[in-house]
Design a protein around this ligand. Sequence first.
Ligand code: PAF
Length: 282
Amino acid sequence: MKIARNLSELNEALASLRSGGRRIGLVPTMGALHHGHLSLVEEARRHADAVAVSIFVNPLQFNPNEDLSRYPRDEAGDLRKLEGAGCDLVWLPPVEVMYPPGAATVIEVGGPSAGFEGAARPGHFRGVATVCAKLFNQTGADVAVFGEKDWQQLQVVGRMVADLDLRVRIVGHSTVREADGLAFSSRNIRLSPAERALTPVLARRMRDAIAAMAAGAPPEDTLAAATAALRADGFTPDYLALVEPTSMSPWPAGQAGEARLLAAARLGEVRLLDNMPAHLPG
Ligand code: PAF
């Protein structure tokens, strides 16, 4: 497994990986890797001949109220896991390589960036879009794999790639969950044991709401009841909302079809995100 920490090391490693026309699959990450990330590496391997993983805790996607310095980091553990997963290249740029002094360009994606995480974390998707565009250009990846766990991020990146005619193909990979239903996330390690024990309730309330709506219960009442139940369970819900899956616009009342149910709820200091497909009978 090759490790690159500057652009010339990256270019050298990519030149040898690409030899014979081999295709590169990229998995962008911020490190603190878990099973969810490793399943993205496997997915990338299905779409490409060589897999590159980037590890970069991107300061541009944290807003001033979020603690960038407390984001979990474990470079040695990450490298061990990636070696075991058969990753070919790890791109580990320092901040000054990604954003050299004088850097003054950002990418602002409209459409799916609005609302939800875009509203809760102003500037977040600007940071995500900017770093992803740079990672796509730096690696020249043919395919990039993102987890569906961050559904809105996947739509924002897909929109940017379409709008800017970027050559990379974006692949979404279904959310990987622990045995009790909690979606894997690097932030889960910040949960106390009592909070961790409560987390599966979020996915359960979502599944129950989806089943009720599929059976004809009115979405507005169902989601209001599920939000109240989550509050009674001990969560601080931020949103529980049905959206059109790609544009992220609110699902029109009374419309039949395949929507996406999004949830964000705080438990202690951790903000849990989840999403699931929801069939609306109309
Ligand atoms: O999902 C993440 O870990 C990050 O938002 C990403 C896509 C690596 C960009 O920094």
